[in-house]
Design a protein around this ligand. Structure first.
Ligand code: PEP
Ligand code: MG
Length: 292
């Protein structure tokens, strides 16, 4: 079986009827990039930038982040690299952030909420990203979006960062920017959000958690945590349709993207990209190639 999968390297992710889907890899650090390439991923669909912030005593500075992002972009060459901005809080903690204890951390101060409330953290990361964008095929992606207002705030901060870099005569590029769809709110207003963004990437881990009101961390609820729930699948369909109505692309970067029982359904929905763990890239390609 492993040998059969090896033979799929270099082949297209194409169904029998000719539909192609981008198959990218999710990575949690620079060490995973080689693994993504070895498995012939078409790009990085989710680079969880949190690893830069976790397990240390202070924030990573602009230069350190810039070097890391540039390194990954160079390794990936022309292939797309989607870096998600800081998604910390809830299940991902770092003491120096001083986030404190919360009654409901999954519903708490996390991800884009931290970045908008403490914009200096966000600006440092955005400066590093815009600078690194010169060295490859970068896209930026924002996590846990729930409103149009957030999109406007993000756009204003990006503009400000751009002006700063311009004034400082530092080379930069404003790359493609997309959002994660991982809250029911984002799905319900996906038509409005699609106008304000370049792409959607559906985070089914959180989308399932928030749709079903089931803590994704609570093992006791494993029997209830059902990403195949019709409500979750309908949300995915709505998101893809909203994206396409506005000429934008939509992918899935949550665990569900690697669920081979759903691959055919996702393709029928029109999903443009599936981002999965590097170990699943060739398995998914095999599955796509046997679909009519
Ligand atoms: C998700 O929520 O599906 C996702 C991809 O992000 P994370 O698992 O890092 O929250
Ligand atoms: Mg998530």
């Amino acid at each position: 079986r492993a040998a059969l999968l090896q033979e799929l390297k270099g082949k297209e992710n194409r169904t029998r009827s000719g539909r192609t889907v981008n198959v990218y890899a999710n990575i949690g650090g620079v060490g995973d990039v080689g693994y993504a390439l070895e498995n012939d991923a078409g790009g990085i669909g989710l680079f969880r930038s949190e690893f830069l912030y976790i397990g240390r005593n202070d924030f990573p500075g602009e230069e350190e982040q810039f070097q890391t992002y540039m390194h990954v972009l160079r390794m990936m060459g022309e292939k797309k690299v989607i870096i998600r901005t800081l998604d910390i809080g809830a299940d991902k903690q770092a003491d120096y952030l001083g986030l404190g204890r919360e009654e409901n951390p999954a519903l708490g101060y996390r991800a884009i909420r931290i970045c908008l409330k403490q914009p200096e953290i966000f600006r440092t990361q955005l400066r590093a990203l815009l600078r690194a964008a010169v060295y490859g095929n970068l896209s930026i992606m924002y996590p846990m979006i729930i409103s149009v207002g957030e999109m406007q705030q993000i756009a204003a901060i990006v503009r400000q960062v751009q002006e700063e870099l311009e004034a400082e005569q530092i080379p930069y590029k404003v790359p493609e920017q997309g959002i994660m769809i991982e809250t029911p709110a984002a799905v319900m207003i996906s038509d409005e959000l699609a106008e304000l963004t370049d792409f959607f990437s559906i985070g089914t881990n959180d989308l399932t958690q928030y749709t079903l009101a089931i803590d994704r961390q609570n093992a006791r609820l494993d029997d209830f945590y059902d990403p195949h729930h019709p409500a979750v699948l309908k949300m995915i369909r709505m998101t893809v349709e909203s994206a396409h109505r506005h000429g934008k692309w939509a992918g899935i970067c949550g665990e569900l993207g690697a669920d081979l029982e759903l691959t055919e359904e996702f393709i029928k929905m029109g999903v443009d990209e599936l981002s999965v763990s590097p170990a699943m890239v060739l398995e998914l390609r095999r599955r796509i190639r046997e679909i009519e």
